[in-house]
Design a protein around this ligand. Structure first.
Ligand code: ATP
Ligand code: MG
Length: 398
């Protein structure tokens, strides 16, 4: 067996890229290296290399295989990972390695049946794929007497990936999230609340290669320190996928109080949302983010009806990305569970939006009417006042 653990990493969608493919692959390698730094010991480096459209990660046996896979699978752009063994590219060596591989599986997992599937990346190799599979299968049958071939429903599907010089054997493909490597698609400013939706929205945009920066609004002392800690905790989970990012924290209370004083009660949430968007846009412009991102979802609440979204959108010039817009709530919740934010999101701390929640919020607002009541406010002065309270912290993965 190999001295090191070897992992084959497949790039998925990047394979479809044309001339830019090497750039995306380089970025992916960089991201994998960066994530592995979290577990890497300085005296025993982990090797990450690109070769023939695949990425190979080699780690010393002293590293826990699950930890290495865990870090690689969090990298956006990774389609799948296979722990593999390598062998010389001749059928005797491959056969011998396959027998050893299967003996291991018999001992550890009690497998009884198998099937071999072969792929020949080296087209100069004189034996064709189906014959490679047949020959290796025959060697396994001889070497592992307890095993039988089952072509329909085998306990183990053994893959042989025959390449020039070195070949690989594996039996599992662990799915990654796919997407594109972080840093290949600009930067977005996510409006991050403590809810279920916005962390998922941030994650989804990051998965498409977008760097993120966040802004969170609170209404201290109406909202508590605990509510703030909860958002930092959510941001930290997001950082485990996309590394360090900045989060701006802004007190919205002075603005909310002015809105409550001067505008119709049923419009409160909409006015608040327009201010949030404007402040986020300002911060985006200052920090070179090209877009805003929200967790809005069509029809979920009064402020997310089609008419309300028009009113919200009109407050800013930057494009607003709403990756959850057409998803069903159950699917958003599933995603939140999958990425690990759900349990934190459902902790019941108040959000600044709930502080002055109107009893009967308008669901079909008219832009003209909203603009009229907004004209009673000194928008610029209020924004400046809120920004004076801004605090910026660096979010880092744990
Ligand atoms: P979420 O689960 O993300 O809180 P929600 O269903 O509660 O969403 P709203 O409260 O109407 O919906 O907020 C819609 C979007 O506005 C959120 O997804 C988020 O992007 C942004 N937002 C809401 N509250 C805040 C906040 N306190 N700080 C920053 N952004 C916020
Ligand atoms: Mg919310």
């Amino acid at each position: 067996m190999n001295e090191q653990n070897i992992f084959i990493v497949r790039c998925g969608e990047i394979a479809l890229k044309g001339l830019n493919k090497p750039y995306f692959e380089r970025m992916l390698v960089e991201r994998i290296r960066k994530n592995l730094k979290k577990i890497e010991r300085s005296d025993i480096p982990i090797d990450v290399k690109r070769h023939e459209g695949l990425i190979f990660v080699r780690s010393d046996k002293s590293y826990d295989e699950g930890d290495v896979i865990g870090e690689i699978s969090k990298v956006f752009g990774v389609a799948s990972i296979s722990p593999a063994v390598e062998t010389e590219s001749n059928l005797d060596a491959i056969g011998e390695a396959a027998v050893k591989y299967m003996l291991d599986l018999i001992q550890n997992k009690g497998i009884k049946t198998f099937k071999v599937e072969a792929k020949r990346a080296d087209k100069d190799f004189p034996v064709k794929s189906p014959d490679i599979a047949r020959i290796v299968g025959a060697k396994v049958l001889i070497g592992c007497k307890v095993l039988k071939v089952d072509v329909h429903n085998p306990d183990v599907l053994l893959f042989v990936d025959l390449r020039r010089g070195i070949s690989y054997i594996y039996d599992t493909k662990i799915s990654g999230f796919g997407g594109l490597p972080l840093g290949t698609n600009g930067k977005g400013m996510i409006l991050l609340s403590g809810g279920i939706d916005s962390p998922v929205a941030a994650w989804m945009m990051a998965k498409r290669g977008m760097m993120i920066e966040a802004v969170h609004f609170h209404s201290y002392p109406y909202t508590s320190e605990r509510a703030r800690d909860k958002v930092i905790e959510l941001a930290t989970i997001i950082a485990s996928y996309c590394g360090n990012f900045k989060m701006h924290i802004v007190n919205l209370l002075p603005i909310q109080e002015e809105i409550v004083k001067n505008c119709r009660e049923e419009e409160t949430t909409l006015h608040v949302r327009r201010f949030m968007m404007r402040i986020a846009e300002l911060l985006a412009n200052q920090n070179r983010a090209e877009m805003l991102i929200t967790g809005e979802n069509l029809g979920q609440v009064a402020s997310q009806t089609a008419e309300a979204l028009v009113v919200t959108d009109q407050s800013v010039k930057l494009p607003v990305m709403r990756p959850l817009i057409a998803m069903d709530k159950v699917d958003i919740m599933d995603k939140a569970r999958e990425i690990g934010t759900y349990e934190t999101s459902i902790q019941p701390y108040e959000d600044c939006c709930t502080v002055f929640l109107p009893k009967h919020p308008v669901t079909k607002p008219k832009l003209q009417k909203i603009l009229e009541s907004e004209s009673k406010l000194d928008v610029r002065a209020l924004i400046e006042k809120a920004l004076a309270s801004k605090e910026t912290i660096m979010i880092k993965p744990e």
